[in-house]
Design a protein around this ligand. Structure first.
Ligand code: PMP
Length: 449
C-alpha cells in the first residue's frame, strides 16, 4: 500500500484550511481518501476497494503500467518545450490524424480541455472575423473566462449571458421540445438553430461558431438525434460560421463503435474544429485542438506566434502515444461496446420494475440513468439521485456521480476496462437501493432530507 503521510482527518482539516472552498470534494460530508488505484478500482487509506464509475480521465485504467513506463522512460531522456524539434509531437499528431477524417489535420497541443476550447474559440473567431457563438442550453465548455461566457451551465449562475452568445435548445429527445415520437427530431432540433441564426441576423449580427459537445454530458448524458449535426453544420456554414465539436469527455473510443462521438452522426459528418482532453493522457494533463488547413492558415496569417510552454512536450506526447497503443492492444473500444450494451440493457430492465427510472440512455461506456418522481410529468428526482450516489458509496463502495440540469441523471463513464462483472454488480446494487427507497424516499423528494 502507498505510504500514509497524514491521517484522514488531518488531510481534511488541511484541505479546508489551504485549498479554495470552491474546489469541491466528491461526497463532501464524508469524502473518500484515495491513496492508490489500478484499472477501474480505487483504494482508500485502509486498503478498502471502491469501484470507479466516475473517472473517464483514467481512460485505459488507473496507473496503467504501459502508460507509466512510457512516461518514465521519456522523462529519463528528455523533456523540453515544443520549440525544439522532436519526433514525439509529430509522431503523435500523425497517429491522431489516422483516427480522424482527412480534413481535420492540423494540431495544437495544450494542457487542458479549457485551454483547448479557448483556442478553438480564437481559431473560429479569427477565421470568420466574427464574434458571435451559438451554444446548447446547459452546456459546459470549461473554466476560463472565455468559456464561462459560452457555458450556460455556469453563466446562468454568474455574470449572465453576453450579447454575442446565443443559446439553442438542448436536443434532448427525452424531455426536450421534440421527443422520440417526433418523425424527425434531428431535423426539428436543427431547425431551432436555423431560426436562431435568422434571429441573430435580424439583430444585425453574424455568427463565428456553433459550439457543442458531441454528446452533451453536463446537459445530462444526451444522445444527439440522427441528422442533427449534419443539418446544423449546413446552416452554420451557410451563415459563414464554423462547427466546433467538444470531444473533451466523449473522444478516444468511449462510445465504442467509433473513435470520436461526432462520427455517431454518420453521413460523413465532420466538424471544422474539434477539441479533445480528459482521457487523452490518462490523467496526465494533455489536450488538443485539431482543425482544417484553411482555419489554421487564417490563425497563422495574423502573424502572432502561438506558444504553449507545456503543450506537446515529449513526455506528454509519449504518454498520449501509449494511451493510443493500449486502446488498440486491449480492444477497449470492443469492451466499451460489449460492456456498455450490457450495462444499458440491465439498467433498462430496472426501468420495467422501478417507477422512478424515467429514462435509460447511452452509447458505449457513456450511460445515463434519469430518475423522476413522476413519469408523466418527468419531475426530476434530484434527492433520490443523490441518495443513490450516497448509498452506493457507503453500502457498496461504488463511486458514481450525477449530472443534468437537475442533477437527477446518475451517470456512468468509468475507465474503459470496466468489466461485465462490474456492470452486473452496479446494477444489482442500484436495484436493491431503488427497492429499499421505493415508498419512503419518493415522499421525501418534496421535503428536505
Ligand atoms: N469541455 C467539457 C465537455 C468538459 O466536460 C470539461 C471538463 N469537465 C471541459 C471542457 C474543461 O476541461 P478541463 O477541466 O480539462 O479544463
Amino acid at each position: 500500500m502507498a505510504e500514509q503521510k497524514l491521517r484522514k482527518e488531518d488531510t481534511l482539516a488541511m484541505r479546508h484550511r489551504l485549498i479554495g472552498q470552491s474546489c469541491r470534494l466528491f461526497y463532501s460530508d464524508d469524502p473518500v481518501k484515495i491513496v492508490r488505484a489500478r484499472g477501474q478500482y480505487l483504494f482508500d487509506e485502509n486498503g478498502k476497494r471502491y469501484l470507479d464509475c466516475i473517472s473517464n480521465v483514467q481512460h485505459v485504467g488507473h496507473c496503467h503500467p504501459a502508460v507509466t513506463k512510457a512516461a518514465t522512460a521519456q522523462m529519463d531522456v528528455l523533456n523540453a518545450n515544443s520549440r525544439f524539434l522532436h519526433d514525439n509531437i509529430v509522431l503523435y499528431a500523425d497517429r491522431l490524424a489516422a483516427t480522424l477524417p482527412e480534413k481535420l489535420c492540423v494540431f495544437y497541443f495544450v494542457n487542458s480541455g479549457s485551454e483547448a476550447n479557448d483556442l478553438a474559440l480564437r481559431l473560429a473567431q479569427q477565421y470568420t472575423q466574427q464574434e458571435d457563438v451559438i451554444v446548447l442550453d446547459h452546456a459546459y465548455h470549461g473554466h476560463l473566462m472565455s468559456l464561462i461566457d459560452i457555458s450556460p451551465y455556469k453563466f446562468r449562475k454568474l455574470a449572465g449571458q453576453k450579447e454575442w452568445v446565443h443559446v439553442a435548445p438542448l436536443p434532448d429527445t427525452y424531455r426536450g421540445i421534440y421527443g422520440r415520437d417526433h418523425p424527425n427530431p434531428g431535423q426539428a432540433y436543427a431547425d431551432t438553430v436555423k431560426d436562431l441564426i435568422e434571429e441573430i441576423h435580424r439583430k444585425g449580427r453574424k455568427i463565428s461558431a456553433f459550439f457543442a459537445e458531441s454528446l452533451p454530458s453536463v446537459g445530462g448524458q444526451i444522445i444527439l438525434p440522427q441528422g442533427y449535426s449534419t443539418k446544423v453544420a449546413e446552416y452554420v456554414r451557410s451563415a459563414g460560421g464554423v462547427f466546433v465539436a467538444d470531444e473533451v469527455q466523449t473522444g478516444f473510443g468511449r462510445v465504442g463503435s467509433h473513435f470520436w462521438a461526432f462520427q455517431l452522426q454518420g453521413g460523413g459528418f465532420c466538424p471544422d474544429i474539434m477539441t479533445m482532453g480528459k482521457p487523452m493522457g490518462n490523467g496526465h494533463p494533455l489536450a488538443c485542438v485539431v482543425t482544417t488547413v484553411e482555419i489554421a492558415g487564417a490563425f497563422t496569417a495574423n502573424g502572432v506566434e502561438y506558444f504553449n510552454t507545456f503543450g506537446g512536450n515529449p513526455v506528454s506526447c509519449a504518454i498520449g502515444l501509449a494511451v493510443l497503443d493500449v486502446i488498440e492492444e486491449e480492444d477497449l473500444r470492443g469492451n466499451s461496446i460489449r460492456v456498455g450494451a450490457y450495462l444499458k440493457d440491465s439498467l433498462a430492465k430496472l426501468q420495467a420494475r422501478h417507477e422512478i427510472v424515467g429514462d435509460v440512455r447511452g452509447v458505449g461506456l457513456f450511460v445515463g440513468l434519469e430518475l423522476v418522481t413522476d413519469r408523466e410529468k418527468k419531475t426530476p428526482a434530484t434527492k433520490a439521485a443523490a441518495r443513490v450516489v450516497k448509498k452506493l458509496k457507503e453500502e457498496d463502495r461504488i463511486c458514481v456521480s450525477t449530472d443534468g440540469p437537475w442533477e437527477n441523471v446518475v451517470k456512468f463513464k468509468p475507465p474503459m476496462c470496466f468489466s461485465t462483472e462490474d456492470a452486473e454488480l452496479v446494477v444489482r446494487c442500484i436495484d436493491r437501493i431503488l427497492t429499499e427507497m421505493k415508498t419512503s424516499d419518493l415522499k421525501l423528494e418534496n421535503e428536505d432530507i
